[in-house]
Design a binder for this molecule. Structure first.
Ligand SMILES: Nc1ncnc2c1ncn2[C@@H]1O[C@H](COP(=O)(O)OP(=O)(O)OP(=O)(O)O)[C@@H](O)[C@H]1O
Length: 201
């Protein structure tokens, strides 16, 4: 369960979000509507002007990103110099989480990571898949995916595989997308319009 009641002003933009939900959550909204700002407030990259963020009932508002039990993935969440194999285990290593070979295999299969080599030599969609797999293997309470499914071919299949693993590991996911039809993949859907977050189902 993630709870947030936050206000944030950035220049002339104002975000007002009151959120309490769990499971697989999709947020859609136009360019500049506040999707990334909201995820950054949850992840701890931005401090709210007012309000709080709770993860499974624990107030994390004052905690730094790495202590929140949240992994954030966007289209640049990868370390180019690492090999695919070491990248996949990197997040888990940082958090002190033990990962079995079986888990790595399962996550690789879900994201169709059937390639290796340096991350910098992969395509954008391949790098996104490695970044998402790395986030899952670090076993957070929730992953926030900021438009990082957008360059993945066979998106439906891959996202369905990711959701299967997340449910098995009891990891929540909030993902943002420009493609409103992606909401069909989620348990819940929110729309954000000019900084105001609203639940649709
Ligand atoms: N540091 C900042 N200073 C001033 N305005 C900012 C700052 N950061 C973001 N904004 C503004 O906040 C608004 C929301 O931006 P945000 O990145 O959250 O939108 P988004 O919904 O993720 O957009 P996109 O779909 O284009 O990624 C935009 O109008 C943006 O210009």
């Amino acid at each position: 369960m993630i709870e947030a009641n936050v206000k944030k002003r950035l220049g002339s933009f104002q975000l007002n979000a009151n959120f309490k939900d769990s499971g697989i959550i999709c947020i859609t909204g136009k360019n500049g509507s506040g999707k990334t700002t909201f995820l950054h407030l949850l992840a701890g990259f931005l401090k709210p002007d007012e309000g709080y963020v709770k993860v499974e009932g624990r107030d994390v508002t004052k905690l730094p990103p790495e202590k929140r039990g949240i992994s954030f993935v966007n289209q640049e969440s990868y370390i180019p110099e690492k090999s695919v194999e070491s990248h996949l285990l990197w997040g888990a290593k940082v958090r002190g989480v033990k990962v079995s070979e079986e888990e790595v295999k399962e996550v690789r299969e879900a994201l169709n990571i059937n390639f290796s080599g340096k991350v910098k030599n992969l395509s954008l969609g391949q790098r996104e898949r490695v970044a998402i797999a790395t986030a899952i293997l670090s076993r957070p309470k929730a992953i926030l995916v900021d438009e990082a499914f957008s360059n993945i071919s066979e998106k439906r299949e891959i996202v369905a595989g990711v959701i299967g693993i997340l449910k098995k590991l009891s990891i929540e996911m909030i993902f943002t997308t420009q493609d409103a039809s992606d909401s069909e993949l989620a348990d819940r859907h929110y729309v954000i319009h000019q900084g105001v977050l609203q639940k649709t189902f």
